[in-house]
Design a protein around this ligand. Sequence first.
Ligand SMILES: Cc1ncc(COP(=O)(O)O)c(C=O)c1O
Length: 437
Amino acid sequence: MQTPSVEESPGARREAAREADAADPLASFRDRFDVPGTYMDGNSLGPLSGEAEDAIRRVVEQWREHAVEGWTEADPDWFHYGERLGAKLAPLVGADEEEVAVCGSTTVNIHTLVATFYDMANGGSAAAADDPGTVLVNDLDFPSDHYAVRAQLRQRGLDPDDHLTVVESRDGRTVEEADVEAALAREDVDVLFMPGVLYRSGQLLDVERLTAAADDHGAYAGFDLAHSVGAVPHDLAGAGVDFAVWCHYKYLNAGPGAVAGLYCNREHFGTTPALAGWWGHDKGTQFDMNHEFTPAESAGAFQIGTVPVLAAAPLDGALDVTREAGIDALREKSLALTDYLVALVDDLPDAFSVGTPREHARRGGHVAVEHPEAYRISQALKDRGVVVDFREPNVVRVAPAPLYTGFEDVLDVAEALRDIHEADAYEAYDVESDGVT
Ligand SMILES: Cc1ncc(COP(=O)(O)O)c(C=O)c1O
């Protein structure tokens, strides 16, 4: 896909952006969504599509019609809802259908998967092991990941400060794969747990390389794909990844707090999850109500309680849209949009800079635009109809999601940034954040 050139004159610049939009084969997908303003926050919460809304309505109607019989009589039935959506997601992450399940939240899935693999690395119980190794993370991770891993270490009677290996970023923006490899060589690591894309800078990590390195050092490899699923194609099975977690409310547009997803490599089917529950029991005998847990022979074993059908329904519709567009075409357009954004930010006054790696192989779906007044600029953008978010200390995250964003939208963002900076318009805003940004 052609990235528009950054022309000298404003008129020619806009013309080039419009031409690129006119040539965009994915342009019509925007009509499927209700997009509020110039929406660049789809890496936080994607907008509503007609398909997602219809899927919710369908489940509400099934509930009205069938009540409890919906578990078996709804079409498709609710009993296998998590497995069925997992199968529908599998091509997006490069997995077999049974290797993916839709359940829980990202954080709950981190609890159960990291704990399961940590125990497995220690003969089934890290608490009973003589000298358990560590869980390998990095200092730019999303905080919830560390809260969950630390909590699981404490649950096993271990001091997180002794059993967490934290790879330090060299520049506060990115994590070098070589530093992860060095930590694996230096420390006794049992589980590597890394992001696919860093939530702040948007760096895309090399999943295949990190998995191979973990494998070389006898560690399991798990990933948090919250910022890459739906934006970047993955090949989890091909890379030999052991487990992964992600959410669906960002690039997959499944709505606020939508049910999350997980992947478990089929090599590990049959393992009893650290947080077992009846919804992960073998489906054929779940209603025998035995007190002994028999895990499903699939990623579905990591489900805990009853699948929240209403909170999973929008994903059903939203996935139809993503699958129709195709993840490879979406990635191609995403790179063209972020290339364009990077070029436009380079052309802004020097106070702005790009905090995201420029190489395609190291960039996810959003761009970190850095500015000393990033917080107040993000507020001023919102008042101009440009929705972004702010991340401490100096990042405006701009996510031109390819399903509903065009090149002219990206140009609008860059022009709003220039105007706000040149007119010092951000000075009208409070320096204090009101909480959710
Ligand atoms: C990278 C990452 N991990 C974990 C989470 C937490 O997800 P949840 O609130 O769905 O548990 C988020 C939320 O945005 C995230 O971005």
